[in-house]
Design a protein around this ligand. Structure first.
Ligand code: NAI
Ligand code: MG
Length: 360
């Protein structure tokens, strides 16, 4: 059956890294007879420039009709001065919420070849393989009311709202427990229940869901302690489940355990495992257009797409293997560069993965 994939390169380094992910996807398509058909459209700043909005209705319709979406990254100083509702990041938030992609899986795996690329001691991070499950369509990034206003005394004030409903918490908690069941049956729920009402409900509902998963060892941790523990002893974790903003921050932090944010893929799934796949990083305006960005996070996102949405385990494994082989060859983009390795650009890295995949 033909699988329709909508490709949204976005802006900044998005188009550069996406070109390399598409190379890998096309080879996997041939080699494993995946029957994928690719469609391309704009999101974020690229969409603002093209359509005047960061997510056009026709693009959203295409995303709904597709079997999966592959996204690069969006955002950048070029669009910093436009009105907030039209900023590139708004397009990203809108597509996530419109497609109800509430379950964001962010694996942080240290490739053994990159042990020296991490800023942490090898014994702290070696063998690291954790999964952060981030709630993606609720919480403070979406909460209403949000407002910026001028007080009577002339002072500017702004506020956001952090709401979570029981059903939102329950469905993401289930994703966390389900992931724990197919991994090491250990789940840490991260919140700020000592201060926030939304976190108190979070903890309560997670405890309720836990009753259906007696085999899973559940713990709770405050987010500030979790930030500390991730750096002190990250291997104590297996699956972490947390809210939208905490997950955003903790997964960037976890990325540095793996050497670079350029290594972290992600899957954002709805209740039917239909999904959008994207690297965890942003559009990296500081290096955009230079051909030096690491495309591996996006290539690994293709692997997650084949695994989670299309159940093509062999092709998904092959892409991961190809990435590992290229790291064995000593090829490194600047962000993961270390002594004795060969520095390559985005396209050379992508070509190397494509050829490793071809020759598997
Ligand atoms: P960022 O993730 O774009 O960059 C942070 C740092 O990591 C930069 O030094 C960058 O050069 C580096 N980096 C990121 N990806 C890399 C890669 N593949 N290879 C090598 N180095 C890489 O985060 P930042 O700078 O906070 O945000 C830049 C823009 O991206 C902002 O407009 C932000 O809103 C947007 N953003 C978009 C996201 C998305 O599209 N999913 C996620 C995060 C931020
Ligand atoms: Mg982020």
């Amino acid at each position: 059956m033909v699988k329709h994939i909508l490709i949204l390169p976005g802006d900044g380094i998005g188009p550069e890294i996406m070109a390399e992910a598409v190379k890998a996807l096309k080879i996997a398509n041939e080699k494993y007879s995946l029957e994928v058909e690719l469609e391309f459209d704009d999101l974020g700043g690229a969409a603002y420039d093209h359509y005047g909005v960061p997510l056009a209705d026709e693009t959203l319709a295409r995303a709904r009709a597709a079997d999966a979406v592959l996204l690069g990254a969006v955002g950048g100083p070029k669009w910093d001065t436009i009105e907030p509702a039209l900023r590139p990041e708004r397009g990203l938030l809108k597509i996530r919420s419109q497609l109800e992609l509430f379950g964001n899986l962010r694996p942080a795996i240290l490739y053994p070849q990159l042990a020296s690329a991490s800023t942490l001691k090898p014994d702290v991070v070696s063998g690291l393989d954790i999964l952060i499950v981030r709630e993606l369509t609720g919480g403070i990034y979406f909460g209403q009311p949000r407002e910026r206003r001028t007080l009577d005394n002339g002072e500017r004030q702004a506020y956001d709202t952090l709401p979570y409903s029981e059903s939102e918490i329950r469905r993401i908690a289930k994703v966390g427990f389900d992931m724990a069941m197919v991994r090491n049956r250990k789940l840490c729920s991260v919140d700020k229940a000592n201060v926030l009402a939304s976190s108190q409900l979070w903890r309560e509902v997670v405890e309720e869901v836990a009753r259906d998963y007696p085999e899973v060892e559940l713990s709770h941790m405050y987010v500030d302690n979790c930030a500390m523990q991730l750096v002190r002893a990250p291997k104590q974790f297996d699956v972490i489940v947390t809210d939208n903003m905490f997950g955003d921050i903790l997964s960037d932090q976890a990325s540095m355990l793996t050497g670079s944010i350029g290594m972290l893929p992600s899957a954002s799934l709805d209740r039917n495992n239909k999904g959008m796949y994207e690297p965890c990083h942003g559009s990296a305006p500081d290096i955009a257009g230079q051909g030096v960005a690491n495309p591996l996070a996006t290539i690994l996102s293709v692997s997650m797409m084949l695994r989670y949405t299309f159940n093509q385990v062999q092709a998904a494994d092959a892409i991961e293997k190809a990435v590992s082989l290229v790291l064995d060859q000593g090829l490194r983009t600047g962000d993961i560069m270390s002594d004795g390795c060969r520095r390559v650009g985005t396209a050379e890295m992508g070509d190397a993965v494509a050829s490793a995949l071809e020759n598997l």
